[in-house]
Design a protein around this ligand. Structure first.
Ligand SMILES: [Zn+2]
Ligand SMILES: [Zn+2]
Length: 374
């Protein structure tokens, strides 16, 4: 087992900020090599959480990891109540909240859906939860923001929730997760290029506070994505570090602001269309290409580093084997134009380049044409 908590905290404490004179503790981050159940037991003991444990999983993650965790904890005399999550929706979060209310802790074994539901159930029940990611497809594995569908809607909304007290990551499980999911995870990290620049515009135009520690953590997360992809996508721990840094940045400021800008709003409106076959990370990465091009023309503070240009992002997606066109996700140019035009409505209160300088239909179409992503 490798404890990488201090490594993550080191990246945040290396930079000072006026909003956090004292660096708050981040979630424990532990990398295991096939002994996740044992490490989980040790974490539970350390945190004084003797059970019962509400264990959340889905059909796939139950056989991959959750069943062995369940068996191991029971063999050590810990009561485990299992809960299979079918969808990331309010109903599942409410049911898990009931179970967690009667348990001492929640443990989420899975990718986005299971962890999102557990985060919200933790928030509602006031109980802590431990994240056991089985994929690395987005930065929600350690963030305090949940993406869940409410009131019978088909698409999800991002809401404040509770971040994990610990992340137990099984290196073997993560390494053998599908390449497409890892590429999507790298895509979600590339989205910080525009998210950070949108955040700076918030500082410039709306007096927002940009936390320099969170900013530095996201910048480091972008570097992790670049290293991971150009390193042949072999070292899943590089990607994990990036996703944990991004989660820690969000936890630090208590919102998704450092990690989510106009590109995430476009992706949200694409979800609302209900047509895309793309993963979250694939959608936000393509929206990042588009918004990078737009920033380049209208934001004098855009990155000077050529590795951060829209062309470099597109190149990186191609190397990762990720989609390089919205058409591959089953969307038409009309769909994407519509999603971009409606994007500011997702969060009218936030400042991004799309809010400050709303493009017309023609402009969006030209951006798509020029970048060749639709
Ligand atoms: Zn994201
Ligand atoms: Zn700060």
């Amino acid at each position: 087992m490798r404890d990488i908590t201090t490594e993550i905290e080191g990246r945040l404490s290396g930079v000072g900020c006026s909003c956090h004179p004292v660096m708050p503790r981040t979630a424990r981050a532990l990398v295991t090599e096939g002994d996740a159940p044992q490490v989980l037991l040790e974490v539970l003991k350390e945190l004084g959480l003797s059970g019962p444990v509400a264990l959340a999983y889905d059909e796939v993650t139950y056989s991959v990891l959750a069943s062995s965790i369940e068996g191991f904890l029971r063999s050590r005399g810990i009561e485990v109540v299992g809960f299979s999550v079918s969808r990331a929706d309010e109903g599942n979060a409410l049911r898990l909240k009931e179970l967690m209310g009667r348990a001492s802790v929640g443990v989420a074994v899975g990718g986005g859906t299971v962890i999102d539901v557990c985060k919200l159930a933790a928030h509602w029940s006031g109980k802590p939860f431990i994240s056991v990611p089985t994929t690395l497809s987005h930065d929600g594995i350690a963030s305090p923001v949940a993406s869940v569908a409410f009131r019978g809607r088909s698409h999800r909304a991002s809401v404040p929730a509770t971040g994990p007290v610990a992340v137990v990551a099984d290196a073997g499980v993560l390494s053998s997760s599908p390449r497409r999911l890892k590429a999507a995870g790298a895509g979600d990290l590339l989205a910080k290029l525009t998210a950070l620049k949108d955040w700076e515009l918030g500082e410039l135009h709306a007096g927002e506070i940009v936390c320099r520690r969170a900013y530095a953590a996201e910048l480091e997360a972008i570097e992790c994505a670049i290293d991971f992809v150009y390193g042949g996508m072999r070292d899943a721990l590089v990607l994990l570090r990036g996703l944990l840094l991004s989660g820690a940045a969000m936890a630090l400021v208590g919102s998704s602001r450092p990690a989510s800008g106009s590109e995430h709003m476009i992706s949200h409106q694409i979800d609302a269309l209900g047509k895309s076959k793309g993963l979250h990370g694939e959608q936000v990465a393509l929206a990042t290409v588009l918004m990078s091009r737009y920033h380049q023309s209208h934001n004098g503070g855009w990155w000077r580093d050529p590795r951060f240009s829209w062309g470099s992002v597109l190149e990186l997606l191609s190397v990762a084997g990720a989609p390089t066109s919205f058409l591959e996700l089953g969307l038409t140019r009309e769909d994407v134009v519509e999603a971009v035009l409606r994007a500011p409505e997702v969060r009218p209160e936030r400042t991004t380049l799309l809010h400050l300088k709303r493009p017309g239909r023609e402009t969006v179409s030209e951006l798509l044409e020029e970048t060749g992503i639709c």
